[in-house]
Design a protein around this ligand. Structure first.
Ligand code: PLP
Length: 391
């Protein structure tokens, strides 16, 4: 067998993640490795934690990038806070809410499901009803539901935690730095994310932040965290002044996320949220002008992940194949019940640009016409351009 040189195609990643990674971050990735007890590395770790705190908008001491993808963040959030037999109120309006229930049952917990249609937000009343009718002391909800394109309001749900003496776990894998998120201001107790979406770092790290209330829950467990690798009280000993070895940190990835977070900081969080919002709105204007429909509930659309209803008669697989083969553009198909029904078009981090919006609309329209869905050619780009000119 011949093993050829590695030569992956250069794609424009406008799917549900990963997103593209800048040359700056790729350069950081290839920097020399130092040992995990090297004072230079400690300095890089400290800086990474500060940048993460700024991005989550928190002062939580326990804020660090876990080794592993976003799922490691989810797994760590639940395995540290729940014990076998615990009930957890979970908002389920998409694939990742379902995934939370799955993780909870793996840990011997019982999800109390608050179900809503995929593509609609969950109301705080529904969450409160579940808290009243259960023994749950934990609420879990997805902020940016990547399977539906919903941006879930969090503040009102967070306000319930004091009244019911519960802690709130929020999945911010697709929302961190792509739309407003204020961990301390809203009162989120545990929040985790992934490196490969709006942060534009390769997949492989799961930033997580835990406040004092949640830390008390963790420190007062009756049983050990069932997972050594993700035990936050052990990991945090390495990520604090004691520097007790737990596992070898993936140094290159930590260099990379530090660099990616520096890019976030240079732009400014609020500016970044606004850029995502503006480009998503221009994209939606173009999509609707072409005669297509958005899937997610109006006024609750996630700017970093735009869901478009696939028009009747158009083949999902064939259109996505054409985009990939002819234009090197990746977009995502639907997950679970939405498979074949929607496209998921990510405008994440550095990929959320006017250039990408116009290019995506243009290529989507051309490809749709090839697939037999006829539009008034140019309407999409025209509407987006008008939006940019007036906003
Ligand atoms: N949560 C959400 C909302 C996600 O979108 C994803 C991945 O797309 C995950 C969790 C899991 O992250 P990963 O695939 O990086 O493990």
């Amino acid at each position: 067998m011949e093993f050829m040189d590695l030569n992956p195609p250069e794609r424009i990643l406008l799917g549900p993640g990963p997103s593209n990674v800048s040359a700056r971050v790729m350069k950081a990735l290839s920097s020399p490795i130092v040992g995990y007890m090297d004072p230079y590395f400690f300095d890089i770790m400290n800086q990474t934690q500060i940048l993460l705190r700024n991005t989550f908008k928190t002062k939580n001491a326990l804020t660090l990038p876990l080794s592993g993808t976003g799922s490691a963040g989810m797994e760590a959030a639940f395995s540290n806070t729940i014990e076998a037999g615990d009930e957890v109120v979970v908002g389920v309006n998409g694939y990742f809410g379902e995934r939370m229930c799955e993780v909870i049952t793996h840990l011997g917990g019982t999800p109390v499901r608050v179900v809503e249609e995929w593509g609609r937000i969950i109301s705080e009343d529904a969450i409160e009803g579940a808290l009243k009718n259960s023994k749950a002391k934990i609420i879990a909800i997805v902020h940016g539901e990547t399977s539906t394109g919903i941006e879930q309001p969090i503040k009102e749900i967070a306000a319930l935690t004091k009244k019911y003496d519960a802690i709130l776990i929020v999945d911010a894998v697709t929302s961190l730095s792509g739309c407003e998120l204020d961990v301390d201001g809203w009162g989120i107790d545990v929040c985790y994310s992934g490196s490969q979406k709006c942060i534009n770092c390769p997949p492989g790290l799961a930033p997580i932040t835990v406040n004092e209330r949640a830390l008390n829950t963790i420190l007062n467990r009756k049983t050990k965290v069932p997972n050594f690798y993700l035990d936050l009280s052990l990991i945090s000993k390495y990520w604090s002044e004691t520097r007790v070895y737990h596992h070898t940190p993936p140094a290159s990835m930590i260099y990379a996320i530090r660099e990616a977070l520096r890019v976030v900081q240079e732009e400014g969080l609020e500016n970044r949220w606004e850029r995502h919002r503006r480009n998503s709105q221009a994209f939606i204007a173009g999509i609707e002008a072409m005669g297509l429909k958005m899937h997610a509930q109006m006024d609750h659309r996630l700017p970093s992940l735009n869901t478009v209803v696939i028009p009747d008669g158009v083949s999902d697989a064939s259109l996505r194949r054409r985009l990939l083969n002819d234009f090197d553009i990746e977009i995502g198909g639907g997950l679970g019940a939405l498979r074949g029904k929607i496209w998921r078009i990510g405008l994440m981090g550095i990929n959320s640009t006017e250039k990408n919006v116009i290019m995506m609309l243009e290529t989507l329209e051309r490809t749709l016409n090839k697939e037999g869905f006829h539009t008034n050619f140019g309407e999409g780009v025209k509407a987006a351009t008008e939006f940019y000119n007036s906003h």
